[in-house]
Ligand binder design. Structure first.
Ligand code: JFZ
Length: 439
């Protein structure tokens, strides 16, 4: 099927009301899990290993021959996500190496043709839905396996123009047909998908080079409620036309800052907030890496989640399961520590957004309607000033984790500040949760 044959299709038209409606769950969720998993879990040097090490196709095939994730049990992944307080999970159905975790009829390079013989995506979507979470699939626009893909696609990498990979018979249009066909399979064979995460555009490979309008029309027809990232047009950097006030049909629904939290949230040219999701790794790699032990502490990641919410965005935190299909112990530990905090403090995350008050110097603010959540990061000496909050706006103050009352201070100490509300955290205020105490 090509673009001409699709003329009868209903063309996607931007509709603000439908847009806000389909974004509702995503905005309320605020916290998701990214899973990067594929053949590259075997070399265990990250998902770019084939490109970075310039591994020829024949040599990479040994991982295909070996692939046998005996411990693959996506119910465990889904449970781990849920326990951490995450509300959606996105799995790499296909990453840049071209290996499909789903049973595509357009390639032999797929999990069903390995020792494991399973459609890993089918089991995944079922497991995630089983936990009551939203389900998403990541799908690469690049494909280092397909003979018609022009080059390795890393703008900084020598392999991109490596003459050894020159092939005058490449037919890019044939590749795009292949890509569209596989996305049609993804959108047809796995039930209702909540999110699609396409990755990524660069140089002249963006937008209509992928026949993106056509692609989005197809996706919207097959999956009417799905939300789509912005990388059919933009990449990790750059917001795309969504921010210009003149969005292209394939602008996507949300912006995808990568390994960064946008300093001041993200707005379009007219000053309206855009939907965004920071994608962040727990160590320094997306795919499993055997020797990367630079794990971010869970206390820090909790603060990063709060930072995203306080700036009006989401956080999708990554895990890279190993070759057997297990989430690494270090990631598991981080997830459960975040979960402990989330169990008590989730109301300051779900459904919350910007507070509309400047960030206080001792923490961050999130808001849900008329409830303000004060994430306190520093002890105070004596009563704690609630800067930016007017007296008549404060009805009561509670510790979110315990429900315990925090009296409004009447101490003589601060009579010099008649307009500031002080919270009385007691004579020797100690933050009960140590790190991120929410009032
Ligand atoms: C991409 C992938 O290459 C990576 O493996 C991972 O899946 C991540 C979530 O997304 O990373 C990118 C994509 C684009 C840029 C940088 C990293 N970019 O354009 O700068």
């Amino acid at each position: 099927e090509n673009s001409c044959e699709r003329e009868d299709r209903k063309m996607y038209q931007f509709n603000r009301e439908e847009y806000e409606k389909r974004m509702q769950w995503f905005v309320n969720a605020r916290f998701g899990m990214f899973i990067h998993w594929g053949l590259y879990a075997i070399p265990a040097r990250g998902e770019w290993v084939r490109s970075f090490e310039e591994i020829p196709k024949e040599d990479y095939m040994k991982y295909f021959d070996e692939f046998d994730p005996v411990d693959y049990d996506p119910k465990k992944w889904a449970k781990a996500a849920k326990e951490a307080g995450m509300q959606y999970v996105v799995l790499t159905a296909k990453h840049h190496d071209g290996f499909c975790l789903f049973d595509s009829k357009y390639t032999d390079f797929k999990s069903t043709n390995t020792k494991c013989g399973r459609d890993l995506v089918a089991e995944f979507v079922e497991a995630v839905r089983g936990e009551g979470l939203k389900v998403g699939l990541y799908f690469t626009l690049l494909d280092w396996y397909h003979d018609d893909y022009p080059h390795y696609g890393d703008r900084n990498h020598p392999m991109r123009n490596n003459p050894a990979y020159k092939n005058d018979n490449r037919d890019f249009s044939r590749y795009v047909d292949y890509m569209h066909n596989q996305i049609r399979e993804i959108c047809t064979n796995y039930g209702k998908l909540d999110l699609l995460w396409f990755d990524f555009s660069y140089d002249d490979l963006n937008g209509e080079a992928w026949r993106a309008t056509d692609l989005v029309n197809m996706v919207r027809e097959l999956q009417p409620g799905v939300i789509i990232d912005n990388r059919l047009e933009a990449s990790g950097v750059g917001y795309g036309s969504m921010a210009t006030g003149n969005p292209k049909p394939y602008h996507g629904d949300f912006v995808t800052p990568e390994q960064i939290i946008p300093p001041e949230g993200i707005k379009d040219v007219n000053g309206n907030d855009l939907y965004w999701e920071s994608c962040v790794t727990m160590n320094g790699n997306w795919g499993y890496h055997a020797t990367d032990n630079f794990w971010k502490p869970s206390q820090m990641l909790i603060k990063k989640l709060v930072e995203c919410v306080s700036k009006g965005g989401n956080l999708i935190l990554n895990v890279g399961p190993d070759a057997k299909g297990n989430i690494p112990d270090a990631s598991q530990k981080i997830l459960s520590e975040i979960g402990t905090w989330m169990k008590k403090n989730k109301n300051s995350i779900y459904g919350c957004g910007k507070a509309g008050i400047p960030k206080p110097d001792n923490g961050r603010l999130t808001r849900n309607g008329n409830k303000l959540y004060y994430h306190l990061y520093e002890n105070t000496i004596g009563p704690m000033p609630l800067i930016g909050i007017k007296k008549d706006q404060v009805k009561s103050i509670r510790y979110l984790a315990t429900g315990a009352e925090v009296p409004i201070s009447t101490s003589w100490v601060h009579t010099d500040y008649p307009d500031i509300v002080f919270a009385d955290l007691g004579p020797n205020p100690i933050l009960p949760d140590g790190v991120d105490t929410v009032l």
